[in-house]
Design a protein around this ligand. Structure first.
Ligand code: PMT
Length: 399
């Protein structure tokens, strides 16, 4: 199944190192070429010889040892990696990677790779929950690194909580998924709108909403890894855009988003409107900061253009996907929007549910199509929701 694929496994030092042996063995059985890099501390737990025997390749752990081949070891391994797995990944290695530190064979090689990187953390619960570690994990996620979540349970130190290395089975499944992801959207061109819009009141104040851009950026990222040419039109966000976008257009206002969508519409077959667009903007922009007085302040608002509605009128055979963020009457409102805006389908998120909607890494959605069919989904990561949406888009493109 994984013939001609190379998985480089970076093993860092923790009690869970012994489980990485099982990971190597499973990947070998699936036909992968497995190369192992160990940190110095990993070799204190399990000898390189064990990994060498199972991977049937010599193990690299010393930056300065006599080279086994003529080429620069860390660069040749970095280039060879179809997937670079780090299991177990300690807080130390995660911290170094998130902060650009490359001071041993593992961290220099991973920094030089262009392959997909999958990180399987394992550490004590308090360390895992430490905001510094969490911040480092978020930084890496935003940069496109993937993670296999650690499990909860009794840890080697006796504590109970999250931090146990994921099972070798789960880790290998994730590697297989990354290696066998089909480029089933190759040749397709997609616009994704993401994030909030921002409507200025004066030079210091503005109206916006709570959209982080996570949902839209996940759709863009998954579409790219499935081979699509993606134009991302994004409102202001704090997250890094995915790599390999065809175009990234940053906008602030709803009018700017409208212009960007219209200007790029012709060359795209699909438009996914996951942005949270402000329906209103201040009628009058004040060039000077509005001064505080003793009176109440009333700001008159004008309607913004409804971008989806405008596209819906002229979309012809393009596929138009909407989102609905609702606090009540989810399905009724979603159905109304599908009809009014001529969406092929709408992804409705119920903002009252924990783990759904703005800011979080997960979503709970119901998809309503233009024939009135409703499909409900459980709580899923936004990447998974993105793939559900893209699967549906793919079916429509095939029709
Ligand atoms: O960014 P995250 O933090 O990950 O959160 C994700 C999300 C909750 C923002 C996203 O999943 C979502 O639901 N986005 C749409 C929110 C929204 O604006 O819903 P709406 O019901 O107001 O609009 C319906 C549809 O019309 C949307 O596709 C919207 O992009 C579009 N619209 C709305 C107003 C407008 N003036 N122009 C539009 O095109």
């Amino acid at each position: 199944m994984l013939k001609n694929k190379t998985v480089v496994i970076g093993v860092s030092g923790g009690v869970a190192v012994y489980k990485a042996l099982d990971v190597v063995s499973r990947l070998k059985k699936l036909g992968a070429n497995v190369r192992v890099i160990m940190t110095k501390s990993a070799t204190e737990f399990v000898t390189p010889l064990s990994f060498q025997s199972l991977s049937q390749n010599y193990v690299v752990y010393d930056m300065f040892e006599e080279p086994k081949t003529w080429d620069v070891e860390h660069i040749s391994l970095a280039k060879a990696a179809d997937v670079f797995l780090i299991a177990p990944a300690t807080a130390n290695v995660i911290g170094k990677m998130a902060n650009g530190i490359a001071d041993d064979m593992l961290t220099t090689t991973v920094m030089a790779t262009k392959g997909k990187v999958l990180i399987a953390p394992a550490m004590n619960t308090n360390m895992y929950e430490n905001p510094i570690v969490q911040r480092n994990i978020s930084t890496l996620k935003e940069l496109g690194y993937e993670f296999v979540e650690p499990e909860s349970g009794r840890l080697a130190c006796g504590d109970i909580g999250k931090g146990k290395l994921a099972t070798p089975e789960d880790i290998v499944n994730q590697v297989v998924k990354l290696l066998t992801k089909e480029k089933d959207l190759s040749g397709k061109s997609i616009i994704v709108t993401a994030g909030p819009t921002m409507e200025s009141i004066d030079p210091v104040r503005y109206i916006t909403n709570r959209s982080s851009g996570k949902m839209g950026y996940s759709i863009a990222s998954e579409a790219i890894s499935r081979g699509a040419d993606v134009t991302l039109i994004s409102g202001p966000t704090n997250i890094n855009p995915p790599q390999n976008l065809k175009k990234l257009i940053r906008i602030e206002t709803a009018q700017e988003m409208y212009d960007a969508v219209i200007n790029n519409m012709d060359e795209n077959q699909v438009i996914i409107k996951s942005a949270a667009v402000a329906d209103y903007k201040p009628k009058n922009y004040s060039n000077k900061k509005i001064k505080k007085t003793n009176d109440d302040l009333f700001i008159e608002l004008d309607r913004n253009k409804d971008i989806a509605y405008e596209i819906g009128k002229v979309k012809n055979d393009k596929i138009l996907v909407g989102f609905a963020a609702e606090t009540n009457d989810l399905i009724e409102n979603a159905k109304g929007k599908v009809k009014k805006k001529n969406f092929d389908f709408i992804v409705a998120n119920d903002l009252t549910k924990e783990g759904a909607g703005f800011g979080v890494d997960t979503n709970i959605v119901k998809i309503v199509d233009k024939d009135g069919n409703i499909t409900e989904y459980p709580k899923m990561k936004k990447e998974e929701v993105a793939n559900v949406i893209l699967d549906k888009v793919k079916l429509l493109l095939e029709r």
